[in-house]
Design a protein around this ligand. Structure first.
Ligand SMILES: Nc1nc2c(ncn2[C@@H]2O[C@H](COP(=O)(O)OP(=O)(O)OP(=O)(O)O)[C@@H](O)[C@H]2O)c(=O)[nH]1
Ligand SMILES: [K+]
Ligand SMILES: [Mg+2]
Length: 413
């Protein structure tokens, strides 16, 4: 039996099974099997390249927004309206066949907007250029889902698109579950939960063990700190989920009634716009900024004013977040080793300036000045050179395991 048939069979079994507390555990295992097979299917259809970008578009600027939607909803029209690029728009479907980048400046930060071909139901399984489009979405700080407000069943469209993105491991407007999973070589399964698990059926413990067995995780430590579902546990085990912010832009509101506009505007994470009538575009830009989770911080040297032209842009969603450590790393990685403390001016501190450490969380428009250890201090610091060596070794190790894991993922899917 091929993967597709196996998936069909499991989906049927899932549909047949009654959904109640007693079957939760069994359903969890079906879902785990489905997730595994879908992963294999995707690895297969990606032609060995494995989760690459699909369309090769040079990254530019400090933030990236991907325009995703059905054909002819107005993605290209929107790109041409908001950026310095003209992307061909027309009344027929699949006008755009590749990825077209455009630039705009938002609150002083250069943002790259990507116009993409329209996607349809089944995109995740390789229909049209769906897989490539979705691969680009994975690289974005924000997915801007464009919908045609004038189309009947527009919210059905929204659901279809959400499902397509979910199928390939994107998680929209969700946070990673508060769960730690560490794989071990021996020792069996150690499973602890700090809260009651109410969504895993009548025997949560057995449900969790069943899913772990399904993934052949016979030796691991699992610590669950929130009331998770089996889907969320599967996400943690899979590990390659991408949590991305998503904003829904209902375009063409020039074609519908005020009442209809009002209903759409009340949907969660939504903005109603019209590119043709230039309605609400400023509000859309403001929302995009909020959703991207970017902050600008300005570095300054001792005795000099801050460089307000070149913000260091950090993101709450990227690894490292918006800490002093992330800002320091951005300026130069070597600085981390000789970092003594940081002076911060702005809203993240009680007094300006205030001395803070690497873990301090910055705010938008803060100014920071990194104070390095003086040469004398460095010399006094007996194990300084050892620390540099240890640090470099750690980075090298991390790189090695990362490429190894990357290779493993690519080969196993
Ligand atoms: N009424 C109305 N029509 C619009 C609006 N924005 C775009 N259109 C029209 O919708 C049609 C499709 O626009 P495109 O920008 O090509 O749509 P697309 O999503 O890029 O389409 P594909 O590239 O084919 O996926 C064109 O005829 C546009 O003129 C709008 O705000 N109101
Ligand atoms: K079109
Ligand atoms: Mg287009």
């Amino acid at each position: 039996m091929g993967i597709v048939e196996k998936i069909k069979e499991l989906e049927q079994e899932y549909a047949r099974t009654q959904k109640n507390k007693a079957t939760e555990g069994h359903l969890g295992i079906i879902k785990a099997r489905l997730a595994k097979l879908r992963g294999e299917l995707l690895a297969e259809s990606s032609g060995g390249g494995g989760g690459g970008e699909g369309f090769s578009v040079q990254k530019s600027g400090d933030g990236r927004v991907a325009l995703i939607g059905f054909p002819s909803v107005g993605k290209s029209s929107l790109l041409s309206e908001l950026t310095d690029t003209e992307s061909v728009a027309a009344g027929y479907e699949f006008t755009t066949l590749t990825c077209i980048p455009g630039n705009l400046v938002l609150n002083g930060v250069r943002i790259q907007l990507l116009d993409l071909p329209g996607i349809i139901e089944g995109a995740a399984h390789g229909k049209g250029r769906g897989r490539e489009v979705i691969a680009v979405a994975r690289t974005a700080d924000l997915v801007l889902m464009v919908l045609d407000a004038g189309k009947e069943g527009v919210n059905r469209h929204r659901e279809i698109l959400e499902t397509e993105l979910e199928t390939v491991g994107l998680r929209l407007n969700k946070r990673p579950p508060n769960v730690t999973l560490v794989k071990k070589k021996t020792g069996g399964v150690k499973f602890n939960a700090t809260v009651p698990l109410t969504k895993l059926g009548s025997d949560p413990h057995e449900a969790v063990l069943g899913i772990l067995r399904e993934y052949k995780m016979h030796n691991c430590e699992l610590l669950v700190r929130e009331d998770i579902t089996s889907d969320e546990l599967i996400d943690v085990i899979n590990g390659n989920r991408k949590y991305v912010r998503c904003l829904y832009a209902y375009n063409k509101i020039d074609q519908i009634t005020i009442e209809e506009i009002d209903a759409l505007a009340r949907q969660p994470h939504s903005v109603v716009i019209s590119v043709h009538a230039k309605l609400n575009l400023d509000y859309l830009l403001q929302k995009m900024w909020d959703y991207m989770g970017l902050i600008r911080v300005y570095s300054k040297r001792r005795g000099a004013p801050p460089d307000l032209q070149e913000p260091v842009v950090l993101s709450t969603q990227r690894p490292g977040g918006i800490t002093v450590e992330a800002a320091t790393r951005h300026v130069s990685r070597e600085l981390l080793v000789i970092f003594s403390y940081c002076m911060v001016w702005g809203t993240s501190v009680k007094f300006s300036p205030q001395r803070v450490g690497l873990q301090h969380v910055l705010d938008d428009e803060d100014v920071f000045q990194i104070v390095a250890k003086t040469n004398n201090q460095q010399k006094l610091d007996k194990d300084y050179s050892q620390r540099v060596q240890a640090y470099n070794k750690m980075i090298a190790e991390k790189r090695k395991t990362r490429t190894k894991e990357g290779k493993k993922k690519r080969s196993t899917g």
